[in-house]
Design a protein around this ligand. Structure first.
Ligand code: PLZ
Length: 453
């Protein structure tokens, strides 16, 4: 038993539909958005939020929406989680910023110590803090290049690592992330991903072949001796919640070690209890050389980290890593509140409970609807991949979008993903109770049946 379900929330954990979604006030704000905000920044569900707690978002029209997205895997501890609010409130009144590179403070050290302790492996580690997932990935690449004296970086098909210039180059999908934004950073190479559902010959062949195909491509097209790092998400996020074949990541990890290559595990989306462990690499039995974190770590405030082997992280010259805001004290206080919550409420255990609630229902739905080609993920990071039918694996992005839209109209905040836009993903906050999760699933199932039937 966890305590999450009984936590007192400042917003009643109940869905309320007061108006159409979006309601009139949100619609008016969306008009202001069009006039004031770059159209390059889009909004998936334009309801404007004024309050949130646990698994409920309250909009300006008085609607209470169930959150199945956690602001893209960020509010793992729930929105405005009590310990996060307490710590942030106290910190913001004490001081807001000094810049750790100028006059440091203890909160930064506490977050670095927590990262060193919680990430896989009992070797000596060091951490550095940044503002966003993309910035963490950039800095992990800097460390890997510095330490190895090599330049090439290998990323995988379907991988997602951010929107800055280097991380756009690492990200696989063109639209909407890269189109028109080149030229991209060089010395980035793409290798085949172990994608069981779409592997020619199916999952069993994928498990047998995908590592060999990966190595062969890197050897022939890059040369292992030129590679500084392989950057890999243990479960791919934006690319479609793709879980590699069992053993693939472990084989890549061992091959990296044998060839003097650093394995960077990008755990920006998978980290901090999301998949039922502190880090998804643990499930694969992998101890990455460097690990990037962000999102769930800080309960909603912008904070990111790179954690790695002491000899690698300490190789860089003094002043080589940093940034004005990296490890901001308020964001660090938030992270300390979030990490405390994860420990005290056993949110890794809660993620496994979430999986136990979702999977049987998703499997039952797949029995009824042949458009559900695959069910995958772990913990509270789950997805279904939609296709035309059993014999036809053509991605069904239209059905995915229709189900998403129907969920939104019913006050359920849902997200899609995938290279082909045909993956429907579930990322509920781990503070949401069973009743709320089941109500969300009721809405999703009805929406699916109406759109697919
Ligand atoms: N690495 C594995 O999932 C961010 C992107 C949303 P930032 N994923 C959500 C969008 O469309 O911009 C992500 C990730 C992984 C890196 C990142 C980048 O993290 O904090 O968005 O920079």
């Amino acid at each position: 038993m966890t305590t999450t379900v009984s936590r007192e929330h400042t917003v009643e954990q109940k869905r309320v539909l007061a108006t159409a979604i979006p309601g009139p006030r949100s619609a008016a704000l969306q008009q202001r958005k069009t006039a004031a905000v770059s159209s390059g920044v889009s909004t998936g569900l334009p309801v404007y939020i004024e309050r949130a707690a646990g698994g409920i978002l309250v909009d300006v029209d008085g609607n209470q929406l169930i959150d199945f997205g956690s602001g893209i895997a960020v509010t793992t501890v729930g929105n405005a989680a009590p310990r996060v609010v307490e710590r942030v409130t106290a910190q913001v009144a004490d001081f807001t910023h000094t810049c750790f590179m100028v006059t440091p403070y203890e909160e930064y050290l506490e977050v670095a110590e927590a990262l060193n302790e919680l990430t896989p492996g009992d070797h000596e580690k060091r951490s550095a803090l940044f503002n966003s997932g993309a910035e963490a990935v950039e800095n992990a690449v800097k460390v890997a290049r510095y330490f190895t004296g090599r330049q090439a970086v290998v990323a995988l098909d379907h991988g997602y690592h951010g929107r800055t210039n280097l991380t756009m180059a690492l990200t696989a999908k063109n639209m909407p992330y890269k189109q028109g934004f080149g030229p991209f950073a060089n010395e980035i190479y793409r290798a085949p991903m172990s994608y069981p559902f779409r592997w020619p010959g199916g999952p069993a062949d994928c498990a047998k072949e995908s590592f060999d195909v990966f190595v062969s491509q890197v050897q022939t097209q890059v040369g292992a001796g030129n590679v500084a790092a392989v950057v890999m998400e243990p479960i791919q996020g934006e690319g479609g919640f793709i879980v590699p074949a069992p053993g693939f990541m472990k084989q890549v990890s061992e091959w990296c070690t044998d060839n003097g290559i650093l394995l960077i595990a990008d755990e920006v989306q998978t980290g901090f209890c999301r998949t039922g462990d502190w880090f998804a690499s643990e499930h694969e039995g992998v101890v990455p050389d460097l690990i990037t974190t962000a999102k769930g770590m800080a309960g909603g405030l912008p904070l990111a980290g790179v954690t790695g082997r002491a000899e690698m992280m300490d190789a860089v010259h003094g002043g080589g890593l940093g940034g004005t805001y990296g490890g901001n004290p308020v964001a660090c206080a938030s992270a300390l509140g979030a990490i405390e919550t994860m420990k005290e409420e056993d949110l890794c255990g809660r993620a496994r409970q979430v999986e136990a609630i979702f999977l049987p229902r998703l499997r039952a739905l797949a029995e009824r609807f042949p458009q559900i080609g695959d069910i995958r993920g772990r913990g509270a990071m789950l997805a279904i991949e939609l296709v035309n039918g059993p014999g036809d694996l053509t991605p069904n992005a239209a059905l995915t979008a229709a189900v998403n839209k129907a969920c939104h109209a019913e006050g359920l905040v849902t997200l899609t993903c995938g290279t082909y836009g045909n993956v429907f993903r579930f990322l509920p906050p781990l503070a949401a109770g069973d009743a709320l999760l089941n109500e969300g699933l009721d809405i999703f199932e009805a929406a699916f049946a109406a759109a697919a039937g």
